[in-house]
Ligand binder design. Structure first.
Ligand SMILES: *Cc1c(COP(=O)(O)O)cnc(C)c1O
Length: 349
């Protein structure tokens, strides 16, 4: 066995397949602003910008620095979704042809100065009450309401289509839209919105997590494999306890494998017994508390399991959602929390 390491294998062919699934829910003229904030949800910002350049119509980021990085390799539209705040930043937008969201009245003085040089997405608050200008403030933005600009909002409950807040937000958005005399482009939907409210797709959609396979819709696949190797195997009798706190006791004589990965790699410390992992194509379960550098799993029923075999914590074959649903966690958080020491491999860039 070579020196073991925890690994993150990211297959961009799977990301592109997920984008095709997203597209199959949309009309042909709807454009995709692929969201690659937070290091492309852990999939690497710069590699994403190369691997996806032909698959999407633009990039959504949070910080100006991310936008500038992508501009080095891509000529596609780039949107700084949380806006910029200084005249230096506005100059950088102008020099690099980068778009920005305007979500607050406090941005108005600078935005007005640059109105002829920049493309803005005007974000209205339709009920999420996080970012966005109030409908009663919209008239103050008149000079920014142009054909080339986009009117946008963000949904708080796109993943719960039955929640009444969705309808309230649509009504509020339509109200803002009707208030405006000019035909602007429109953008409302994140990933869950694309699948739950495709008739609200309009000109631009902004999927993030769906590209990476972190929500549960038909055809989407987890594009990253988080895995490490087994470095020890314990044969235990019935009624033996495992790991810190000895929180679990064997119910029969068991074989426990110890995997070279822990919460310091970014695997959540809080996962409970019975959470699934995959070893040699077989399901196995976590037993015992996750340590800083080790995870213990039950391999009693797995034939021929040996030291050096790989244990997949999630992968295209074991959706990250199995872990998050069992443990009340978010795929967004798990994907963005994989630590630096985990060795990266990128396939099909
Ligand atoms: C993060 C973000 C998105 C993407 O959300 P997903 O749920 O990952 O699809 C879209 N729009 C805005 C404004 C965002 O901040």
């Amino acid at each position: 066995m070579i020196e073991p390491n925890s690994e993150l294998v990211i297959d961009y062919e799977l990301v592109r397949n997920n984008i095709q699934v997203i597209k199959s829910n949309l009309s042909a003229n709807c454009k995709i602003m692929g969201v690659i904030k937070s290091n492309a949800y852990g999939h690497d910002l710069e590699i994403a910008a190369k691997a996806l350049d032909d698959a999407i119509d633009g990039y959504g980021v949070v910080r100006l620095g991310e936008a500038l990085k992508i501009r080095e390799t891509s000529s596609k539209p780039i949107l700084v979704m949380q806006g910029v705040y200084s005249s230096d930043a506005y100059d950088a937008l102008k020099q690099n042809n980068i778009w920005s969201v305007i979500h607050s009245i406090s941005q108005l003085p600078l935005a007005k100065q640059y109105r002829d040089d920049l493309q803005f997405w005007i974000k209205v608050n339709t009920g999420m009450n996080r970012l966005g200008i109030g409908l009663d403030e919209l008239d103050q933005f008149e000079s920014l309401l142009k054909n080339s600009n986009v009117l946008m909002t963000h949904l708080a409950c796109a993943d719960k289509p039955e929640d009444e807040l969705n309808d309230a937000q649509f009504k509020s958005f339509d109200h803002a839209w009707n208030q405006i005399e000019i035909e602007m482009q429109r953008s409302l939907l994140n990933s869950a919105g694309v699948f739950n409210f495709p008739d609200r797709a309009y000109d631009w959609v902004r999927p993030g997590i769906a590209m990476y396979g972190g929500i549960d819709f038909l055809g989407l696949k987890t594009a990253m494999t988080f895995r490490s190797q087994i470095i020890s195997i314990q044969s235990l009798d019935k009624n033996e306890r495992i790991g810190y706190g000895g929180r679990v006791k064997t119910e029969k004589s068991s074989k426990i494998a110890i995997v070279y990965c822990g919460y310091a790699d970014g695997f959540p410390q809080t996962v409970i017994d019975g959470t699934s992992v995959l070893v040699n194509g077989h399901r196995s379960q976590i037993l015992g508390r996750v340590s800083m550098d080790l995870i213990s799993i039950d391999i009693t029923e797995i034939p021929d399991c040996k030291i050096g075999d790989w244990c997949e914590l999630w992968s295209p074959e074991l959706s990250i959602l199995e872990n998050t649903e069992k443990n009340g966690l978010l795929s967004y958080e798990l994907m963005t929390k994989i630590n630096q020491r985990v060795k990266r491999h990128y396939l099909n860039i």
